[in-house]
Write a protein that binds this ligand. Structure first.
Ligand code: PLP
Length: 392
């Protein structure tokens, strides 16, 4: 069968492929420790669920404005201002079907064939495929593992060419957990203004930063900077709402209008009920975020030393998100394991632990482990990993 060149250039998300394999085994009754999921293991807070129930009972179940209902656009702008110090107006907000949809609409609106998009590695797999789908050229910049995979402004400067149209940053990062220091981000924003390229900031994990770290958005630098800035946010992780599909982008009004053209012919508005739930999330108590952060932080403190205690495994401390990204290079080249994908397959088949291979994120010597799961599962999984790695 012939498919369009556009679609032939991309593949199904490799993170979904691993999740599907693990799910198949679980459905067959196999006891899998699943370190694959990129989603909170917490329930959506009660007041958010209640808002959705009330909206169904009140028959708020019809089409809405494609860009989102005015109360929600305002709630997003106000929440972002309160939490992250930005200064956006409701007309600069587009409500999208999760953050992923925002990335797709923005890249599709701004990238043409031959445009270069700088993407730091390791990257969230969707960035690469969406840019490729839009006929852009990905320019990968490898972030240094010894420095916790943090991107620097100097690295960005070295990758700029006259064809640079966009840089995508994701801080805290999926998969490495790296948080880019705010001073580096500020310098990156200056580079964007000087060389006139867009900075797309994926802030989906903004509120999961550990220790003394605080959520930071380039949106807080003031309106002078907003002309080059595209903020992507999501309620998925922040409010444990992955299934509800609520995200947004904050961008100059003209960009919102361009993205809206695509959205109007594709998804139209996001689910009306979800919109009411999202308002409750953004305007209601923020305590659930702090509770989740506390728990993730505890799990991180368990996971990093536990993994580093396995001989041959090297794991950086993530500053944010809920992943660790250990280096497994000392196990490659052993007993039929040539790549991290082979290793992930062996871990699934033999140790019954699901992880995502680094290939999915553009590095060849790592695996991603999500610690968005119970302590009991973490302990069981680490023990299974230890046994398997020691046998190699
Ligand atoms: N951005 C990053 C870096 C992610 O890891 C994810 C999900 O895993 C998303 C965006 C998209 O999340 P959603 O579409 O659920 O908002």
């Amino acid at each position: 069968m012939n498919f369009s060149k556009r679609v032939s250039r991309i593949s199904v998300s490799s993170t979904s492929a691993v999740l599907a394999a693990a799910a198949r085994l679980k459905a067959e009754g196999v006891d899998i420790v699943d370190f694959g999921p990129g989603e909170p293991d917490f329930a959506t807070p009660e007041h958010i669920k209640q808002a959705a129930i009330t909206s169904v009972q009140g028959d708020f179940t019809r089409y809405t404005a494609t860009e989102g209902i005015p109360e929600l656009r305002r709630a997003i702008a106000e929440w972002h201002a309160r939490e992250l110090g930005s200064d956006y107006r409701p007309e600069e907000v587009l409500v999208t079907v999760g953050g992923k949809h925002a990335v797709f609409n923005l890249v599709s609106s701004l990238i043409d064939a031959g445009d270069e998009v700088i993407i730091p590695t390791p990257y969230w797999v969707t960035f690469k495929d969406v840019v490729t789908y839009a006929s852009g050229e990905c320019v990968f910049v490898e972030t240094p593992e010894r420095d916790g995979f943090r991107l620097s402004a100097a690295q960005v400067a070295a990758a700029i060419t006259p064809r640079t149209r966009m840089l995508i940053v994701n801080s805290p990062c999926n998969p490495s957990g790296a948080v880019i220091p705010s001073e580096e981000l500020r310098q990156i924003a200056d580079l964007a203004r000087e060389h006139r390229f867009w900075v797309l900031c994926d802030e989906c994990y903004s509120h999961f930063v550990y220790g003394d770290g605080r959520p930071f958005s380039l949106g807080s630098l003031g309106r002078d900077y907003l002309g080059q800035l595209l903020v992507v946010g999501s309620l998925s992780k922040t409010f444990a709402m992955t299934g509800w599909r609520a995200g947004y982008c904050l961008a100059p009004k003209e960009v919102v209008q361009a993205a809206l053209k695509i959205q109007s012919h594709c998804t139209s508005n996001i689910c009306s009920i979800t919109q009411k739930a999202a308002i409750a999330a953004l305007t209601g108590p923020q305590e659930p975020i702090r509770e989740m952060l506390k728990e993730y932080s505890r799990r991180r403190d368990y996971m990093v030393p536990a993994l580093n205690a396995i001989s041959g495994l090297h794991c950086q401390w993530p500053d944010g998100a809920f992943y660790v990204y250990p280096n497994v290079s000392s196990f490659l080249g052993k007993t039929g394991i040539h790549t991290s994908a082979d290793l992930a397959q062996r871990l699934l088949n033999q140790a019954r632990v699901a992880v995502v291979p680094g290939e999915a994120f553009g590095t060849l010597q790592h695996i991603r482990i999500s610690y968005a799961t119970s302590t009991e599962q973490l302990e069981k999984g680490v023990e299974r990993l230890r046994r398997l790695f020691e046998s190699l």
